[in-house]
Write a protein that binds this ligand. Structure first.
Ligand code: HEC
Ligand code: HEC
Length: 544
């Protein structure tokens, strides 16, 4: 796959003109010492390889390759084990939360095909029966699991059989699994949605953020791809005639940024890491980071000032907040955390309570919402949290000798300057299952300037237009697509995409002047290694 023109040309240019110019970027967070060490490192790198460096790069292109998505058992999806401290009640909460995350939404209580909260007996990968109700006028998906399924429920974005109703009648008619946003979600129950051109049949699940509003001010928000117009199971919605946004025009105007789903495995551990642990790890790596010119900073909550850590820009505070927000933003289901609908058009919200998903107070359990049944009393958004809290971390496979070599190359190349291999969760929590545990997450949970090549021109909290959270690499061995917008399915390309020079303000992309990517030196250092070492790193990553 070709490197984005920018990155590849820049790699060449650096080797010729010297890494030094790149280091004198506008990145104010570098200290003088950092500069000196980094420049020395850059020069050493050049001196060592010089023009051989670019030849190495060119040669390596053909010789190293991503081993591809790891086969074998799914490395994630199971609850934390009893041996690791999960008790029976927590397991029940996990199971109920997982079940609710696979429920298929209808738009009203009476049009759900079976009573909401009732098990349909279907495989979560072949859902056809609606057993929940609350789907909003606009949405990206109609169940959590449709976007979090790879390599198992709770993972990142995966593929689905596009014709489940037919496939259930006659399994031989099941079509090849594909991106569920291509045909399955937009047309479920007669919906008449048009699939935007950026949703490809075998491409990544994507949600769309608009960079600017039509008046030129910043937008940055999610614009849901689909509407409930045309649904054949809800007579109340017959008068609903809202339109999908004009994605093709926005696309032509370069006004859309994409985000792909993140995996949910191990998030209970990330939720339980104390701020002081994040800061301590960052401080401890100062000398190592300086060698590679890596800075990094926190994104923090405007409300309580603590470190936010979920989402591609570390924009969200907690698992619970993310669950409530995803329910409203992705599926249009209003809840106690996000009580107002993203589209309040009356005709498209007929008879729908707002908020829809709240703590249950029924006197009996006939509709699975009894105040007296502990497993039914919590609202979905809270129950999703329990599921995610107790979803076990992704399990790597045993490292072969080559993978172990790759782990060393990962450290030697400075990848670990951002992708911090380990953090330890809080020493005292309410559950031994997440208490004092080592999370092998490969992330510092901090945001970094990645430069113009990755910049999405969206600001979230302190995260600016080109800043992203170091993507945790646990589970990367079984992921289909990489980087925030899913621009590649090739690990080698994903690494190259980290590279970016400092750039002046650009009127066409509406990006301000940006510093060079903090990852430049690390990536150069990796591509300067011999092909066997480069390959070993890829094998290591696919073991995770
Ligand atoms: C239409 C697809 C889609 C659906 C449906 C969906 N998600 Fe997501 N999920 C995403 C995307 C895209 C992201 C990354 C968002 C970002 O950072 O901007 C994400 C991120 C997350 C994260 C953050 C993970 C991390 O490592 O920081 C959590 C938690 C999450 N989703 C939970 C849920 C829950 C719970 C549901 C159901 C209520 C749900 N999602 C439904 C697409 C989806
Ligand atoms: C300056 C910090 C930094 C350094 C150094 C760095 N990375 Fe990253 N890495 C990131 C960030 C930030 C992302 C997410 C980028 C985005 O959102 O598009 C990322 C994403 C990735 C991904 C994609 C994972 C996914 O699930 O999408 C891979 C693979 C990866 N890095 C590997 C590496 C390797 C290998 C190295 C060393 C050669 C490295 N990184 C060095 C910050 C860094």
């Amino acid at each position: 796959m070709p490197l984005s023109a920018l990155g590849w040309r820049y790699l060449d240019k650096c080797v010729i003109t010297g890494v030094t110019s790149m280091m004198f970027s506008k990145n104010a967070t570098f200290s003088k010492n950092t500069f000196a060490v980094s420049v020395a490192m850059g020069l050493a790198l050049m001196a060592a390889s010089n023009s051989a460096f670019s030849q190495d790069l060119a040669r390596a292109q053909g010789r190293v390759s991503d081993p591809g998505v790891r086969g074998g058992p799914a490395g994630g999806g199971a609850p934390i084990s009893a041996a690791d401290g999960l008790n029976e009640n927590e397991l029940k909460q996990f199971n109920e939360g997982k079940f609710r995350a696979t429920e298929l939404e209808a738009t009203c209580e009476t049009c759900s095909q079976i009573i909401p909260g009732t098990m349909s007996g279907e495989s979560p990968f072949l859902n056809t029966i609606t057993n929940s109700a609350g789907l909003g006028a606009r949405f990206n998906g109609d169940q959590c699991s449709v976007c979090h399924s790879q390599p198992d429920i709770g993972g990142s974005g995966g593929f689905f059989v596009p014709n489940p109703v037919e496939a259930k009648r006659d399994p031989s008619k099941a079509q090849r699994p594909e991106n569920p946003m291509f045909r399955l979600i937009p047309h479920r129950h007669g919906q008449t949605n048009k699939t935007p051109s950026f949703i490809k049949q075998y491409g990544p699940i994507r949600e769309a953020r608009f960079k600017f509003k039509s008046d030129g001010t910043r937008d940055g928000g999610v614009h849901q791809l689909f509407t409930v117009v045309g649904r054949d199971d809800d007579p109340g919605n017959a008068g609903c005639s809202i339109k999908q946004p004009d994605f093709e025009t926005e696309l032509a105007n370069n006004n859309i940024s994409f985000r792909i789903p993140l995996q949910l495995f191990g998030l209970g551990l990330i939720d339980t890491i104390e701020d002081q642990e994040i800061i301590k790890r960052h401080d401890a790596s100062a000398a190592y980071r300086a060698r590679f010119g890596v800075a990094g900073r926190t994104n923090r909550s405007d409300n309580d000032g603590t470190i936010t850590r979920f989402g591609w820009k570390a924009q969200n505070k907690s698992l619970t907040v993310f669950a409530g927000e995803a329910y409203n933003v992705e599926m249009g289901v209003t809840n106690e955390l996000f009580p107002q609908a993203t589209d309040e058009t009356d005709n498209c919200n007929v008879d729908k309570p707002h908020p829809n998903d709240v703590a249950r107070t029924a006197n009996n359990d006939l509709t699975n919402d009894s105040f007296f049944n502990p497993i039914h009393i919590f609202a979905d958004w809270m129950q999703f949290t329990f599921w995610m809290r107790f979803l076990d971390a992704p399990k790597p496979v045993a490292l072969t000798a080559q993978a172990q070599r790759g782990q060393q190359v990962f450290a030697d190349s400075g990848c670990a300057a951002c992708h911090t291999p380990q953090m330890v969760t809080a020493a005292t929590t309410q559950s031994p299952s997440v208490e004092g545990k080592t999370a092998n997450l490969y992330s510092d949970l901090l945001i970094h300037h990645m430069g113009a090549n990755l910049a999405d021109n969206v600001i979230q909290g302190q995260a600016g237009v080109d800043e992203f959270r170091t993507q945790p690499l646990w589970g990367v061995g079984q992921r289909l697509f990489f980087m925030h917008d899913g621009r590649t399915n090739d690990l080698v390309q994903a690494i190259r995409e980290h590279v970016s020079p400092a750039t002046p303000a650009n009127p066409r992309t509406k990006l301000p002047a940006l510093p060079a990517s903090e990852a430049n030196l690390s990536v150069f250092s990796y591509f300067a290694k011999n092909p066997a070492d480069q390959q070993a790193l890829l094998v290591f990553l696919r073991s995770l």
